[in-house]
Structures are given as structure tokens and as C-alpha cells.
Design a binder for this molecule. Structure first.
Ligand code: NI
Length: 166
């Protein structure tokens, strides 16, 4: 595993639509292992491959629950993730991003989402997430479509504070 460099705005890769993954080969496994290490090193709760300058559709998320602190952080790796269902109910939360250093913004997102994709082995991945976990999935999937939280934020401010970066 290797810690990869996280690219920041205005790097053009962050604005590309990432390619669908078709091969579940060693190269993909290395990318995923590196993303997990890079996410943890950066104290992030989520990372999308474009953030390490790889324009492919894979995300890593590591989070427990914002509503139940006894739930331990769980690692999710999703290849070709899609949101197949989302609640009409929205929630506003303050987001940051490892690729947009120094800025935080209030973003309205669906309160719950159903995410479908593939595991790193190519098997079906499907789960329903709510609250902050749902927010992280939406933020990471946005990265695969060249969308940054600053595009969606209702209010953006500069911050030095450590928050959950994605
Ligand atoms: Ni991000």
C-alpha cells in the first residue's frame, strides 16, 4: 500500500466524469488499498478515486454513525456506485473536502439513500444509508461526476477547524 497525493482545486481531474470500471484486476486492488491508506492518512471519512488523480468510478468510505456513537466505523469500498433511491427528506450539514482545503459549506442532501454498485471483488454491493453516512456517499459519488460540494453549498466559509473531510 502507498499513500497517494490528494489533488486539490483547480486540478482538472476533479471536474471530469470518471470512467466505469470493467476489470476487477490487481491494478484495481492496488488503487483501492492505496485509497484506503490515503483516506486514513488524510483523516478523511471518504475518498473518491479522482481525488488521487485516477478518473475511475470507485469510492472508499469509513464511518460509523452520527446518531449512535457505539456503532464502530465501518469501511465501505464501492466500485461503480450509483444512488438508486433517495429520500425526499433533506438535511443540511457542514461539509469539507480534502480536495478543497480550508473551506466548509452548508449543503442540503437527501437524508437517506440506497447505494448500489460492486464490491472490490466484483460482487453486488447494495445498502441503505442515512444521516452523515448518506451524506458521505452522496459527496463521494458527486466526485465521480466532477461535482464538488462548493457547487451545491448554500453558504461557504473559510475554516481552520478539523472537520470530517471527504
Ligand atoms: Ni470531497
Amino acid at each position: 500500500m502507498a499513500n497517494r497525493e490528494i489533488i486539490t482545486i483547480p486540478h482538472p481531474t476533479l471536474r471530469k466524469t470518471a470512467s466505469k470500471i470493467t476489470k476487477f484486476d490487481d491494478e484495481l486492488q492496488t488503487l483501492i488499498a492505496d485509497m484506503v491508506e490515503t483516506m486514513r492518512e488524510g483523516k478523511g471519512v471518504g475518498l473518491a478515486a479522482p481525488q488521487v488523480n485516477v478518473s475511475q468510478r470507485v469510492i472508499t468510505v469509513e464511518f460509523g454513525s452520527d446518531e449512535d456513537e457505539t456503532i464502530p466505523a465501518t469501511l465501505y469500498v464501492v466500485v461503480n456506485p450509483e444512488i438508486i433511491n433517495q429520500s425526499k427528506e433533506e438535511a443540511i450539514g457542514a461539509e469539507g473536502c480534502l480536495s478543497v482545503p480550508g473551506l466548509t459549506g452548508d449543503v442540503a442532501r437527501a437524508y437517506s439513500v440506497t447505494v448500489r454498485g460492486k464490491t472490490k471483488e466484483g460482487n453486488l454491493f447494495k445498502m441503505k444509508a442515512k444521516g452523515w453516512l448518506a451524506r458521505i456517499f452522496q459527496h463521494e459519488i458527486d466526485h465521480l461526476n466532477g461535482i464538488l460540494f462548493t457547487d451545491r453549498a448554500e453558504d461557504i466559509w473559510e475554516t481552520e477547524a478539523e472537520i470530517d473531510n471527504v
